[in-house]
Each structure stands twice: as structure tokens, then as C-alpha cells.
Ligand binder design. Structure first.
Ligand code: F6R
Length: 262
């Protein structure tokens, strides 16, 4: 696991966007796994800037979103479908038929989940998965106690996650209880996992993910087993990492051929 501590959210997001852009340039038909929530917002606006100002082309890119609320229509303002169109897709040239977001209104959720897994496989697997982390250590909506080899399926949100996501809704009562989420096993098959984590309220979860034991109680901790996981934090989210100085030292002293040069 590579831990990169950046001074602030902006610098961290720009670095994350460069890593995504590098994958897109090297493989113009790459498959990207996408996250919603506050964390990737600046990374997405930077990708839009690359597209508009530097001709970064997304015409052959395929995307799969991590999750969606069960019971929300794509047009619902708090759906992840709405979120993605508003904050990313509207400004990029990804063909609509290559954009995949779980269907929160599916009448047969298990069948839909199998089909979603099949579509990821048929696309050749995910080259780079963007991730955020929940304050309870979730990735996607794989809440604590999720099987570390789980596949796309329905999950019930924790009270904590419903509280954390309430600002996107009228109030906490309106946050759906169920979601469809890629599984931990699905996420782990991505070739690169790019996790972003910002702010003091993520500091505990980040420390447990990076330096704690691998446990289903902190689903993100399984990223310790991933062959290419990059975790980019701001200073606040890194504030509870015991080996923060070592991670800084490693990043500052990377061999020149291993550095991110943009
Ligand atoms: C969203 C997702 C979640 C979020 C996490 C952090 O698609 O899969 O795991 O990444 O809940 O949310 P924010 O970024 O709002 O703090």
C-alpha cells in the first residue's frame, strides 16, 4: 500500500486526477471504477479541466460506479446517478452506453447484481477504481462485517453512514436503508485501487485501514492485501497514522523512475 500525504485536499485531488489521467492516456479504452460522495469532487473537476483544456479523451472509456441507493430513481436529486451526471459525465465525452451505475429500481436485485458483475468481466475488468472511505471503514457500501470476498449485492447501511450521508437528503429519515454495492471482492479485482481520504473525521478510519489488522470490521483494511493500492490523504486525515513520517520519507525519496512525473 502506498500512502501519500499531501498538504491539502486540492493538492491531493490534483495528484489523484493525474494518476487517473495517466491510466486514460496509456489505455484510451480503460475501464474506470467510480465513487460518489464529497471526496472525489475536486478530482472530478480536475479531470473535466484536463478534458476541456488539455484534450484528455474519454470517448473509449467505460465506467462502473460502486454503488446506488435502493428505491431511488436515477432522476432523484440524491441518487448517485444524478450525482455522477451533475459532477462528471455531463462535462466529459464518455458515450452513455459505456456508463454503468447500479439500478436502484431493479425489480430483481440479485439478478441485476449478477448482470453487473458479468458486465464488469465482459469489459475486461476494472483498470483503476476510485475509492473513498466511510468513517466506519467502509469501501463502496461494504459496511463493517461485510465479507472480504463479497460480490455486488444489496447491503443495509449502518446508522453512522445514514447520518454521514444525511446532508444529501432532506434529513436522516429520508436516507434509504438499502443500497446496491460492488463487493469487497469485486473492488479487490481492480488493477489499481486509488483511495482518497480527507479531513479529521476520516483520521481514525484511515489509521485502521493502513496500520490496523485486516478485518471485516474495517472493510477498507483489505486494501493492505492489494498489489497496487494508492492512498492519498490530506494532513488531517493522516493525523492518526503512526508511521506518517516514514510515508512522507518514502514519497519524497522515490527512485526517479518510480516518481509520478506529470
Ligand atoms: C460512494 C462510496 C462511499 C464513499 C464514502 C465516503 O460511492 O462508495 O464508500 O466513498 O462513504 O463518502 P464521502 O466522500 O462523502 O466522505
Amino acid at each position: 500500500m502506498e500512502v501519500i500525504i499531501q498538504p491539502d485536499i486540492k493538492t491531493a485531488s490534483v495528484l489523484g486526477a493525474h494518476i487517473v489521467a495517466r491510466v486514460v492516456k496509456r489505455k484510451p479504452d480503460a475501464v474506470l471504477g467510480l465513487a460518489t460522495g464529497n471526496t472525489p469532487l475536486l478530482l472530478y473537476s480536475e479531470l473535466i479541466r484536463f478534458h476541456k483544456e488539455e484534450n484528455l479523451d474519454f470517448e473509449y472509456i467505460t465506467t462502473f460506479n460502486l454503488d446506488e441507493y435502493v428505491g431511488l430513481a436515477p432522476s432523484h436529486p440524491a441518487s448517485y446517478n444524478s450525482f455522477m451526471w451533475k459532477n462528471l459525465f455531463i462535462d466529459l465525452n464518455i458515450p452513455r452506453h459505456r456508463i454503468h451505475i447500479p439500478d436502484g429500481l431493479s425489480p430483481d436485485i440479485p439478478a441485476f447484481c449478477r448482470q453487473y458483475e458479468g458486465a464488469i468481466k465482459a469489459a475486461g475488468g476494472i483498470d483503476l477504481q476510485i475509492l473513498g472511505i466511510g468513517t466506519d471503514g467502509h469501501i463502496g457500501f461494504n459496511e463493517p462485517s461485510s465479507s472480504l470476498s463479497s460480490r455486488t449485492r444489496i447491503k443495509t447501511l449502518t446508522m453512522q453512514t445514514r447520518k454521514d450521508n444525511a446532508p444529501f437528503f432532506e434529513d436522516e429519515e429520508h436516507v434509504p436503508q438499502h443500497v446496491i454495492t460492488m463487493g469487497v471482492g469485486t473492488i479487490m479485482e481492480s488493477r489499481i485501487c486509488l483511495m482518497l481520504a480527507f479531513g479529521a473525521k476520516k483520521a481514525d478510519a484511515v489509521a485502521r485501514m493502513v496500520e490496523g489488522p485486516i478485518t471485516a470490521s474495517v472493510p477498507a483494511s483489505i486494501l493492505q492485501m492489494h498489489q497496487h493500492a494508492i492512498v492519498i490523504t490530506d494532513e488531517e486525515a493522516a493525523s492518526k497514522l503512526e508511521r506518517a513520517d516514514y510515508y512522507r520519507w518514502v514519497y519524497d525519496n522515490k527512485p526517479y523512475w518510480q516518481k509520478y512525473s506529470f
